[in-house]
Design a binder for this molecule. Sequence first.
Ligand code: ZN
Length: 613
Amino acid sequence: MRQPRTAVPFAAALVAICALTPSAAAGSGPPSVLLLTLDTTRADALGAFGGRGTHTPVLDGLAARGVRFTQAITSTPLTLPAHASLLTGLAPPEHGVQVNGTDVLPKNVATLAEAYSARGYATAAFVATLVLDHRCGLARGFEHYDDRVPGEPTAAHPDTERDAREMTDVVLQWLQVRPAGKPLFLWVHYYDPHEPYRPPGVDPKASAARRYAGEVAFMDREIGRLLAALPGGAERWLIAAVGDHGESLSEHGEPNHGIFLYQPTVHVPLLFAGPGVPRGQAVAEAVATRRLASTLLHLTGSGRVAPAFGPGLPGLPGSPALPGLVSGAPSPVYLASRYPLTGYGWSPLEGMFDGRFKLIVAPRPELYDLAADPGETRNLLDRQREPARRLQQALAAARRSFKVRRADAADPELARSLQSLGYLSGSGASGKGTLDPKDGVPMLAELATARALSGKKSWKPAIAKLTELVRLNPGSVAFLISLAEVQLDGGQGDAAIVTYRRAVRENPKRDESHRLLADGYRRQGRGEEARQEYELALELNPRSFPAWRGLADLAEKAGRPGEVRSLLTRAVAAGTESVSLLEQLAKIEAAAGDAAAAESHSAAARRLKAGLP
Ligand SMILES: [Zn+2]
């Protein structure tokens, strides 16, 4: 991966930027603020950050009329924790949100939206994925939080995400009707570069890198359409754009992002443009993207950053000095990833990066000199003692400085929906986390191979491969479930039951394991055992619609239509949100002659399909 180096030295940039005060350029009142979060966007996906073969004229243009940070590093390469850091200024161990789907931002953590709200701003957010659902806590402080993404695939949203065109459309619609008279803090999240890569106009058979670049280009175009329509003209808005994390296009063997702390997934674009921001500057210091929060607050003229965001939380070096807050010297950036542990039962990772050397703490620790080795291929830990010791000390100091909050627990149904979309939740493993992710990641390729084999109904080799993977990852629910699924499909029902039972024993609090075990029993004709496991799943998560559906199927097979109707009614009352379940219940009510109930369920299904609340 390229390491863009810029010609503007840090001190010169600082002088240039400090020459401007936020209020001098802001006109009569504070400017409206647009925060663009670019999901899964690596720095070198944008031309302005050294990208080649990419087409991003809009974001490049913003960078050209603002300040870009060429070594911006995310706190963690996972969507929800990274966004929690951007919107609170805190590192993941501090705000407590470390995993998608199971962690919720604690109520005692102040958010950027609350800070803007307190300053008299109107606040609105538009997010494109269920991962940022309001139930995760990021909605706090926003008067308007548009997270209309269905929790299961629908015809309009086959990937259960909103694409860039739809995001720009909904924001523009809202801007037409939004209350006037106040400056606006507007956060718009674009998700397109995240898998699957299916950009419009690009051959679906093209390479992953080309399709990924196509998604970034599509997002860029739609951001252009948003900027062109901003009320009063985009030049009068303070605009920040930042990647939540990057993407490994199979570098280091990683399939996408979330596990490793190497540059492809942690080095992201970060830029500011608009009132108070000088044109055409680049800052080459390594900076944590979570500094964005206090920097924005300063640039909108507050002068002093809210107590909730300091003291002690500096803005970005090279951004206008935050009186009393800027520490002056850049400090190494803290990095962390819990996903290896929560997803697979492997060791979690932590790291420090000073712009040249990166230390990664793992069972087999690593040190890279990115100036000499930008691909992070030569571990220098044994040869470069001094930088390793310095970064170890910095890491220890960072840990000591963290004021740790415990994340609130997530809504179990939200966690389940995310799991069904391929986001393994924090309950996916119970291992002690001793395996080095460097040894674990190659097994993900093996897992993909096994799944491909089972897709071709080559059950024997698929089961053999998965059995070996389970042997190597005995505590990992993720691998156990994969093996059981293939055993069940491959006609080894009894073996599948044994494997599912093992997954349940590894983590008895995971409702999805009970539900899958129940499905296994049902397919084996063991109705009573199936019923018991479905009940256990619903005890843990009353909104698990697959569990309700499983119970209803059992009742239907047993010829008890009245019980089916009552189960589905209870499922809806429990708050399950499933189009197919609502449609089935509407049919049952219609057949039973209750037209009003049928119409009510049909209407709810239609609303859910359209992604409406
Ligand atoms: Zn993301």
